[in-house]
Design a protein around this ligand. Structure first.
Ligand code: C5P
Length: 309
């Protein structure tokens, strides 16, 4: 069926509540045990029908900022191409991206856009591909793409692409300290390897205390259980992150950590009011570029009504 109306997909950012990094594998990746948690910071992607033979194009919505490539090196473009190749059709689509997730911030913004493009093209081209197929196509594009499709709270193994839903009760409140400029994920993993030189990397293990905190919906226990093996590497490349984490702790966060490969720092707080207090304190301290509040878990990539405002 010929596409006629644009499709808008909203996709969340993620925090890794635990990121246990094993030794470097022969393929250059690291085996992980991670606990992904989708939070209410969103990108929106609109897939607009294009003329036959027009191919793929990618545009940034007016308000979006950041250093986002607008060619086939962007994962959203690659995702649209992958869907079309999978079903053997020409990839004619205009993709319009509105960034709410920090670029190169350790919150899987690029993977989120890939997930959004998979869902948007599937809907635009009336394909009805099974969820498993979208997840397989996503895993080939990036380790975090299956989770961006899935959302919620989930345990990731392998490179992070194999998912098991995690039992979590209620809603958690987060304050996110966004930094100026990004950190390259491969550079942070390489720094992690460098810092571990001469030591055997431990086999990654799921943290039981964290799983209990999630099941109980207990933000205090969650705050004590946050762990990220990439944090020393991110801080080594960006020493100012230590100060951000210190300020968060000083102003009453229940716990905090560098999100993924950084440089965004995530702090868990008791409730909305506590989030506002910490956000004000972090903003006033001048240790980060901007501060956002969010809740989690939230849904993965899904079609929403309406278009970009
Ligand atoms: O899979 P993705 O493209 O998101 O990974 C980006 C980079 O992060 C990889 O090229 C690799 O350097 C590093 N990485 C890793 N181990 C993982 C996931 C990512 O070393 N499990």
């Amino acid at each position: 069926m010929r596409p006629t109306t644009p499709v808008t997909v909203r996709v969340p950012a993620k925090i890794n509540l635990q990121l246990a990094v094993g030794p470097r594998r022969p393929d250059g990746y690291h085996d992980l045990v991670t606990v992904f948690h989708a939070v209410s910071l969103f990108d929106e992607l609109v897939a607009v029908p294009a003329r036959d033979g027009e191919g793929i194009s990618l545009h940034l919505d007016g308000d979006s900022t950041g250093d986002v490539p607008l060619d086939d090196s962007n994962l959203a473009w690659a995702a649209a191409a992958a869907v079309a190749a999978h079903v053997g059709i020409d990839p004619d689509v205009r993709l319009i991206l509105r960034k709410g997730i920090p670029v190169a911030g350790g919150m899987a913004g690029g993977s989120a856009d890939a997930a959004a493009a998979l869902v948007a093209c599937d809907a635009l081209w009336h394909l009805g591909l099974p969820r498993d197929t979208l997840e397989e196509l996503g895993a080939a594009l990036g380790s975090d793409v299956p989770f961006a499709l899935h959302g919620g709270t989930a345990i990731g193994t392998g490179r992070g692409e194999r998912l098991t839903p995690a039992l979590a009760r209620g809603e958690f409140h987060w304050v996110l300290a966004l930094a100026d400029g990004g950190l390259s994920t491969p550079a942070v993993y390489a720094e992690c390897d460098r810092l571990r030189e001469g030591h055997d990397a431990p086999e990654p293990q799921l943290h039981d205390g964290l799983m209990q905190a999630l099941r109980a919906g207990d933000p205090v226990a969650l705050g004590r259980s946050l762990r990220n093996d990439l944090q020393p590497a991110a801080v080594s490349l960006r020493p100012s992150l230590d100060l951000v984490l210190e300020v968060g702790e000083e102003y009453g966060a229940l716990g905090g950590l560098v999100s993924g490969s950084g440089p965004t720092c995530a702090f868990v707080v008791r409730d909305d009011e506590h989030a506002l207090d910490l956000a004000v304190a972090l903003s006033a301290s001048g240790v980060c570029r901007t501060v956002k509040r969010a809740v989690g878990p939230v849904h993965g990539a899904r079609v929403v009504d309406g278009h970009l405002r």
